[in-house]
Design a protein around this ligand. Sequence first.
Ligand code: GDP
Ligand code: MG
Length: 298
Amino acid sequence: MTEKAEFRSGMVALVGRPNVGKSTLMNAVLGEKVSIVSRRPQTTRHRLLGVHTTGDHQMVFVDTPGIHQSKKKINQYMVQAALSALEGVDAVVFVVEALKWTEGDAAILERLGEVGTPVIAVVNKVDRVSPREKLLPYLEELQGRFPFAALVPLSAEKGDNLDSLLGELEVRLPEGPPLFPEDQITDRSLRFLCAELIREQVFHQLGEEVPYATEVQVEHFQEEEGLVRINANILVEREGQKAIVLGRQGRRIKAIGTQARLAIEHLLEARVHLELFVRVREGWTGDDRALRELGYEG
Ligand SMILES: Nc1nc2c(ncn2[C@@H]2O[C@H](COP(=O)(O)OP(=O)(O)O)[C@@H](O)[C@H]2O)c(=O)[nH]1
Ligand SMILES: [Mg+2]
C-alpha cells in the first residue's frame, strides 16, 4: 500500500548577477509574465513573489534585482532587496550563464556561503551552447566552487529542463499547507504589474541611460464592463529625458503605449484603454524621500 505524500510548500529565492535570466526563469515556471525582462541589466527593481501551485506542492519564488556593486541610492536599494530575499527561505537558486563566470558571480557566491539553506546552481541559457559537450568542463568547475545541493543546466527561454529544477526543489520543501491561495500567482497588485509592463517597454524601446532614470506610476485603474481604463505617469529625471521619451511628434510615447497596452491586455484578458503622461521629477533616483514615495522601501 502506498501512502499519499503530504503537501509541501516553501519559499525559494532566485539570486544571481544582473541579466543571467532570473526573471525569465520565474516566468517560465509560472507560465505567466509576472516579472519583466529585458536584454539590459537591472531591469528588475523590486523583490516580487511568483507562486507556483500544483496538486502536491506550492513553491513561492522570490525574484530579486541582481546583486552588484554600486554607489547610487536606487542601486543600493536593489542590492538590499536581493540580499534580504535570502532570509527565511527553504532553498536558494543561484543562477549563472552557461560558459560564463565573472567577478560578479564570485562575489554573490561568497555571500551564499553565509546562508544555511541548500543552494542549487542553475546554469541558464544552455540553448546557446553547441555542441552540448562544451558544457561539461564548465559544470565541473562550478561544482568545485561551492558545495551546491544540485547543479541544473537549463534554458529558461526555451523552457528546457525546468522539470529537473522543480524536482530538485520539491524535495527540499518542508511539509505544510499552501502559503497562498492556489489561484494566486504573485503578491503584487494588477496595478503594479501594469506599471511594470509599461516600464518594460521603456527598457525595450529606449537606449542609453533613460530607462534607468524612469519610473512608472499608475494613477488611475478602473475596470468597466469589458474595458479597463488606465492612466499612468512616466517619471523621468530631466527635461531632456522627457523629450526622448516623447520622441519626435510624440511617436515614441505612442509606440510605448501601443506595445504596453497589448501586453496589459494579454495579462488582464480584457480590452484596455491606456493613457500615458510624461513628467519630470528631478533627481528621484538619488533622493530617499522620492524613492520611498515611489515604493522603494528598505
Ligand atoms: N538565449 C537565452 N537567453 C535568455 C535565457 N533566459 C533569459 N535570457 C535573456 O537574458 C536577458 C536577461 O533576462 P532577465 O530574465 O531579465 O535577467 P535577470 O536580470 O537575471 O532577471 C533577456 O534578454 C532574456 O531574454 C535563455 O535561457 N536563453
Ligand atoms: Mg530580473
